[in-house]
Ligand binder design. Structure first.
Ligand code: SF4
Length: 214
């Protein structure tokens, strides 16, 4: 775990991320708040590309909690069977959809507590929805952000909550909204788990990682 990066260096890191990708977007297909929530819940321990393959056809006809209840658990299970843990995820999405219909008028609530109270929705899923849909600067720490944060010292922490806090505490506020996406994309495509692409990295000169690749 690298030492927490200093303020000026973090400013420079995010200035470069911003210059290279001013408006980064998530890669999970969705058409509204509800389909985003479902897509993020389905993406646990699965790739975005794998989830998109199943949800693109699904969301063409099923894009509200009511329509999901009409599809039913068996129909949803069949539609997402290429995604890991599909039976459990289908059960949770149906239970979640029933609560949205019964308690929220079919709308997706916009507080972390209300989101996290839904079946199959953890803090990370709630933070992704808050960030992408509600434009709240919530930091959803996934495996990529955890690795990049600790490898570079941009957000050092021993667990995901500590890294989430480190981003909130250390990243200048004007970069908070997009920090989540910049760090994910950096981790997914450049600062990869094995053999990070340091030669192509735009923050190489700022990064203290001792095992940079050439
Ligand atoms: S220089 Fe290498 S280790 Fe450092 S952030 Fe870039 S890709 Fe990651």
């Amino acid at each position: 775990m690298a030492r927490q990066m200093d303020y000026q260096t973090i400013r420079e890191v995010f200035s470069r991320f911003q210059a290279s990708e001013p408006a980064p977007k998530g890669e999970l297909h969705h058409t509204n708040a509800y389909t985003l929530l479902v897509a993020v819940a389905l993406s646990a321990q699965a790739t975005d590309a794998g989830v998109n393959k199943a949800t693109r056809p699904l969301f063409e006809t099923v894009d509200t909690p009511q329509k999901m209840l009409e599809l039913g658990e068996a129909g949803l299970t069949e539609a997402i069977r290429t995604i890991g843990l599909f039976r459990q995820k289908a059960r949770n999405v149906i239970r979640m959809s029933k609560i949205l219909v019964d308690e929220y008028d079919g709308q997706v609530p916009s507080s972390r507590a209300a989101l996290q109270a839904l079946p199959g929705v953890g803090r990370k899923t709630a933070n992704v929805v808050l960030n992408i849909w509600f434009h709240h600067p919530a930091q959803a720490v996934d495996t990529h952000i955890f690795r990049v944060g600790n490898r570079t010292g941009i957000a050092a922490g021993k667990d995901v909550l500590a890294v989430e806090r480190a981003i909130e505490d250390n990243v200048p506020v004007e970069f908070q909204q997009h920090a989540h996406h910049w760090l994910i994309l950096h981790g997914r495509y450049i600062c990869t788990s094995r053999k990070p692409k340091c030669a192509a990295c735009i923050i190489r000169d700022l990064c203290p990682y001792e095992e940079k690749s050439t």
